[in-house]
Design a protein around this ligand. Structure first.
Ligand SMILES: *Cc1c(COP(=O)(O)O)cnc(C)c1O
Length: 387
């Protein structure tokens, strides 16, 4: 299929990597088959059939997904991993060596911080408030090699200026990695803004149905790609064939899902904003968000996650959450179903209370991953829980 025919995002999401095979003996499947075979037979000792030898190294179903993911992020190369953290681990392992320094956003996903603080202990890390580019610059040292950011962050939905941080990183000869899980490539394309590497937890919006774990790395630099691909095979952190199929199936509706996630999130943000029991609503799509202008400049949408603080105590928050009937009281995000959680007692329970309060994760801050149900039902559910 020619590139011109698949230039739009939704078209790529459906067709990239899954062009029907019309070669002799092929059947023209419109969906890539699930190739479960772990090994591939060859006719000649030195000639692997179509490049396939062993599934950890290369598998046709995973390869189809990787082409699709690369097409969506406008990347030359894509790699699919067994989880978001497996993707992150492989990037960190491939590009840095003992003693190298990393500047990381102080509001990163907790699992990423755990990797940096407790697994890659041979690297040095400085955390900076990446909402302010000058603080990122201040944290750079002579042995800094890499900058790691996430925008918007979780659960406070703070933004970093990806283009400005990419320019800064390149001025200092550093690699910029952006975790693009929260907005997905449908709303934000960090490589187009100058980032070197995009990582994803495809467990979230990309898979989209809370039924498959996965991670991805997308990039244009062939040297970094070869190093990461080498380590992916060496370490074995690959996405299995069935999971690759499920993820590719989820991607086909990414555009329509995210439009609806965003529509519902905006309606709920407006509902909460005028509610007498709500103290504060945080959503980049609201004009009250301090970085609303940046959100509009660097992304084409605001996503489906919002946070709000209710008036009262932590037990008021618990009672409210336990009364909900449609919203599932659960961690994670990005699925078609609405999820809601209390960071102070769930996702961020391991963060010390003083630090939580300092950065704004108060006892009554609630995070919502707004699903694509009928928004009237979602608002009615919130309303009955408030009463
Ligand atoms: C969930 C998540 C991860 C980790 O991904 P897993 O698939 O759970 O390993 C990384 N970054 C962000 C922003 C996430 O939300």
């Amino acid at each position: 299929m020619s590139v011109t025919r698949i230039s739009g995002f939704a078209t790529k999401a459906i067709h990239a990597g899954e062009e029907p095979d019309f070669r002799d003996g092929a059947t023209g499947d419109v969906v890539v088959p699930i190739h479960l075979s772990t090994t591939f037979a060859r006719k000649k000792v030195t000639e692997p059939t179509a490049g396939y030898e062993y599934t950890r190294s290369l598998n046709p179903t995973r390869k189809a997904l990787e082409s699709k993911l690369a097409a969506l992020e406008n990347a030359k190369y894509g790699l699919a991993f067994s989880s978001g953290l497996a993707a992150e681990t492989t990037v960190l392992l491939s590009l840095l060596k003992t003693g190298d320094h990393i500047v990381a956003f102080d509001d990163l996903y907790g699992g990423t911080k755990r990797l940096l603080n407790h697994v890659f202990t041979s690297y040095e890390v400085s955390y900076a408030d990446a909402t302010d580019v000058s603080l990122v610059e201040k944290a750079i040292k002579p042995h800094t090699r890499l900058v790691w950011i996430e925008s918007p962050s979780n659960p406070l939905l703070k933004l970093s200026d990806i283009k400005a941080i990419a320019e800064l990183s390149h001025k200092h000869g550093l690699i910029l990695v952006v975790d693009n899980t929260f907005l997905s490539p449908y709303f934000q394309k960090p490589l187009d803004l100058g980032a070197d590497i995009v990582v994803h937890s495809s467990t979230k919006y990309i898979g989209g149905h809370s039924d498959v774990l996965g991670g991805a790395v997308l990039l244009n630099n062939s040297d970094y790609y070869e190093r990461i691909q080498y380590h992916q095979n060496a370490v074995g952190a690959v996405l299995p064939p069935f999971d690759s199929y499920l993820t590719a199936r989820g991607i086909k509706t990414l555009a329509v899902r995210l439009e609806q996630h965003q529509k519902n999130a905006l309606a709920i943000a407006h509902y909460l904003q005028q509610h007498p029991k709500v103290k504060k609503v945080i959503y980049p799509g609201l004009e009250s968000h301090p970085q609303h202008a940046l959100a509009k400049r660097q992304a084409t949408g605001f996503g489906g996650v919002l946070s709000f603080e209710i008036k009262g105590t932590i037990s008021d928050a618990e009672i409210f959450l336990e009364k909900l009937q449609i919203f599932a009281l659960a961690e994670s995000l990005g699925g078609v179903e609405s999820l809601i959680e209390l960071p102070s007692l769930m996702t961020h329970a391991s963060v010390a209370k003083e630090i939580r309060e300092q950065i704004g994760i108060t006892d009554t801050l609630i995070r919502v991953s707004v699903g694509i149900e009928d928004v009237n039902d979602l608002i009615a559910d919130l309303e009955q829980a408030f009463n």
